[in-house]
Write a protein that binds this ligand. Structure first.
Ligand SMILES: [Fe+2]
Ligand SMILES: [Fe+2]
Length: 427
């Protein structure tokens, strides 16, 4: 069994406040269990589906996506025969790798979770995978390994919703329709509105059915992942368990931050939830700064892109000001030749000029704030650097990235309105 992240404060004997949604959800669950136990059992026997016990099947970014891929999924219980099978498309010869069989308790529920790593693949090749349990085998899903030369990504943020994640579903579906061949689906934090609410996580994953099986998920931790059901702060147990992202060598903050290569880019995923985490587990900023310096120093990739949740500007402050963590990270970004920093959190698309030491400079870094993929609209005022933004009132939007050795091409797309920003970076 793998190490799973349990938040002791919240994992045992937790009593959840009875909201309308919780009440209806509970009533439906009771009805369903009654139905399955009694009324529906004869029907179930006749129409029994061969579907196996695996849901939220997803690709997760791994240490090396040119030769491997991490696949994860949920189930409703332990299994004695869990595997992942993979093959070249339609090939007769299949390969088999083991899967973990873990569970953790959160929001008063046991979550059974499985993870498998396929390795030894060829770069730039298409493969298929299927989940195998004692109950049978899932359909075959397709994935393509990174060729190390080019890549395409959809970048979404703040998918948190209060409408059962219908808005998230519409935004991500529009994005996938716009860029159906994206390699990666990056979500820059505040995936859910409440990081302990298991119902919200289920809805979030539900809306990725048919997408996460074939696109690599790149998650970033946001402040809302760190909220408990009473809106206090907590160690984000659900987030940490749901995404087996690449290791960062940390024993104190594993999976909180990480880096990986895809195509010609070295991506760094930073964690800047200091406000939520510092009192629970201190030392994140200092550890991360040291790691970041070494990480950027080591990479040979032509392009360097940083993804993080909180923006460099504190829009809650009056007057608006640059965040103190941004002042600490910026010199390391500059020394490490970072090209672009993409943040989120303010629920509004903003593109700034190139900045060096937070002054306009043609040799500086481009700071962007990705917009909003959920329904929580709270558009802050414009900062003088916010030279490009989405049309107001701002509706959901997302970014796309097409990367080659020569250029990074970004767009900001507003569903129903089309492309509202389009720029290319060369060096
Ligand atoms: Fe947010
Ligand atoms: Fe946020």
């Amino acid at each position: 069994m793998n190490d799973r992240f349990n938040d002791d404060k919240n994992s045992a004997m937790f009593t959840r406040p009875m909201t309308r949604r919780v009440f209806i959800g509970g009533a439906m669950r009771s009805l369903l269990s009654l139905s399955l136990a009694g009324i529906l059992s004869p029907i179930k026997k006749i129409f029994a589906s061969p579907a196996i016990d695996a849901r939220y099947i997803r690709q997760i970014v791994s240490d090396d996506d040119t030769t491997g891929r991490t696949i994860m999924w949920h189930s409703s219980g332990h299994s004695s025969a869990l595997h992942l099978d993979w093959r070249e498309p339609d090939a007769k010869r299949e390969h088999r790798v083991d899967a973990t069989d873990d569970y953790f308790v959160d929001d008063g529920e046991s979550v059974f979770i499985h993870s498998s790593y396929i390795k030894g693949l060829k770069p730039g090749h298409t493969y298929e995978y299927a989940i195998s349990t004692e109950g049978g085998k899932s359909p075959w899903y397709t994935f393509r390994t990174d060729d190390g030369q080019s890549m395409k990504a959809i970048i979404l943020s703040d998918s948190q919703c209060a409408d059962d994640y219908a808005t998230w579903s519409r935004t991500v579906s529009d994005a996938v329709k716009y860029m159906p061949d994206a390699d990666a689906l990056m979500v820059l934090g505040d995936l859910v509105d409440n990081g302990e609410d298991s119902y919200q996580w289920r809805r979030w994953f539900d809306m990725l059915t048919g997408i996460a099986e074939r696109m690599t998920l790149v998650p970033v931790m946001g402040n809302h992942e760190c909220y408990d059901i009473h809106w206090g702060n907590r160690i984000p147990a659900a987030y940490l368990n749901f995404f087996d992202v690449p290791g960062n060598g940390s024993t104190r903050f594993p999976r909180y931050y990480y880096s990986f290569d895809y195509g010609p880019i070295h991506f760094v995923v930073l964690n800047n939830c200091f406000e939520e985490l510092d009192a629970l587990r201190g030392g994140l900023l200092a550890e991360e700064m040291e790691w970041l310096r070494a990480d950027l120093d080591e990479t040979q990739q032509k392009w360097r892109v940083v993804l993080m949740h909180r923006d460099i500007i504190d829009y809650d402050a009056s007057p608006l000001k640059i965040e103190s963590f941004a002042k600490k990270f910026a010199p390391i970004f500059e020394e490490g030749h970072v090209d672009i920093v993409i943040a989120a959190h303010i629920h509004s698309y903003r593109r700034r000029p190139r900045l060096k030491n937070f002054h306009r400079n043609k040799a500086g870094i481009i700071y962007i704030n990705d917009g909003i993929a959920g329904d929580q609209h709270l558009v802050p005022p414009l900062f003088p650097w916010d030279e490009v933004t989405a049309p107001k009132p701002e509706t959901t939007n997302y970014m796309t990235l097409e990367a080659t050795m020569d250029a990074l091409h970004f767009q900001c797309v507003v569903p129903g309105k089309g492309v509202v920003d389009d720029f290319t970076v060369k060096k």
